[in-house]
Design a protein around this ligand. Structure first.
Ligand SMILES: Cc1ncc(COP(=O)(O)O)c(C=O)c1O
Length: 366
């Protein structure tokens, strides 16, 4: 047997008949940039996130970058984030000249540890970016309370958590602004790059609209120095069809996560994804922890099981951030998790048989 890390061929089969006429219409009308379908999808996605506004952009990275710019975060400012995330969470801070300030993660959820937040706040701190890692929300109540106390903005990095809920509320509706990625392997993935800024704050919305489109208000009236970062209409057609099925596909992921949990519960050395009672986990990524991770990963690849490591090097130890002067030991929880984590195949249409093959292969290796 062979089990790919992700396989979205079944998703394509399901949406094919729906997207083909939609794409044909875009091809025929030539409305490739900010066409009707793109605007419709923005409304659909805002509603899905229980938020007022959504602004389609080129990628999740751009969504974060533009959201920070919309909040006027700039050189001399500090922004707090976990070091255990994809590098885009930090890059968006650096692009605007602000400084990323790391706060370690919780051992239980791999999300930003609110207990360690206060000690990182300085008079220059302007914002916090919690990352809903793997598809489960960070401790938003505690983070929002600290942010309120210190008058900080909260930008959710929701790139991995489309559709997840925290205390019943949708991800995307919790912080001041929330940023999504539609990179093809995400739970809601485009057929190329894409991203979305979601907010209920009119000022952030209006700023984001201008920033993603050359800073213009009219066609050739430019109020600010904006960028060119828009979600393509063709991607919106694909994403709109997938959004209708996202909750169902997320439930399928959750069911398959249960199969993994059952299969692996007898193996003491494997830690399956911790899930909390007050939030849902959408399992964008199914990541387990285990000793001898690198050897096991090699063994699984030999057995034709697709695995990845999200993430082997925490951001404070990345060469790109050497100017921050961090060293090994500065964020021990992130470092420990990075040394043990392994992402196993996960996608809505993975079968029980495939999961059993993955787990049998895994058990033979640990
Ligand atoms: C946590 C996180 N933040 C940001 C991004 C950036 O998104 P994109 O690849 O769409 O630029 C990603 C995805 O790659 C991500 O996983």
């Amino acid at each position: 047997m062979e089990v790919q890390f992700v396989d979205f061929s079944e998703q394509y089969r399901i949406i094919k008949d729906e997207i083909e006429p939609g794409l044909k219409k875009v091809f025929e009308t030539g409305n490739f940039i900010l066409g009707k379908e793109e605007k419709d999808f923005e409304s659909e996605f805002a509603a899905y996130c229980d938020s007022k506004y959504a602004v389609g952009v080129n990628s999740g990275t751009d969504a974060l970058y533009i959201a920070l710019a919309a909040l006027d975060i700039k050189e001399g400012d500090e922004v707090i984030l976990p070091p255990y995330t994809f590098i885009a969470t930090a890059l968006c801070i650096s692009y605007g000249g602000a400084k990323p300030v790391f706060v370690d993660i919780e051992p239980g959820t791999y999300n930003l540890d609110p207990k360690k937040l206060k000690q990182a706040i300085t008079p220059r701190t302007k914002a916090i970016i919690p990352v809903h890692i793997y598809g489960q929300a960070a401790n938003m109540d505690e983070i929002m309370a600290i942010a309120k106390e210190h008058k900080l903005k909260v930008i959710e990095d929701s790139a991995q958590a489309h559709g997840a809920r925290y205390k019943g509320k949708r991800i995307g509706s919790l912080g001041d602004v929330s940023c999504f990625s539609f990179y093809p392997t995400k739970a809601l993935g485009a057929f190329g790059d894409g991203g979305m800024i979601v907010t209920s704050d009119e000022k952030i919305y209006k700023n984001s609209l201008m920033l993603r489109d050359y800073g213009r208000e009219g066609r050739y009236e430019h109020k600010i120095k904006g960028y060119n970062s828009r979600l393509d209409t063709v991607q919106a057609v694909v994403l709109s069809a997938k959004l209708k099925r996202l909750d169902q596909w997320n439930e399928m992921r959750a069911k398959m996560a249960e199969v993994y949990r059952e299969e692996l519960k007898s193996v003491k050395s494997i830690v399956t994804p911790p899930t909390l009672a007050d939030r849902t986990h959408v399992y964008q990524t199914y990541a387990v922890r285990l000793p001898n991770r690198d050897k096991v990963a090699e063994g699984l690849k030999e057995k034709k099981v697709g695995v990845l490591i999200h993430y082997p090097i925490p951001l404070h130890l990345q060469e790109a951030y050497k100017e921050l002067g961090h060293k090994r030991g500065d964020f021990p929880v992130s470092e420990l998790v990075a040394s043990e984590i392994l992402s196993l195949p996960m996608f809505p249409h993975i079968t029980k048989e495939q999961i059993r093959y993955v787990c049998d292969s895994l058990k033979a290796l640990v």
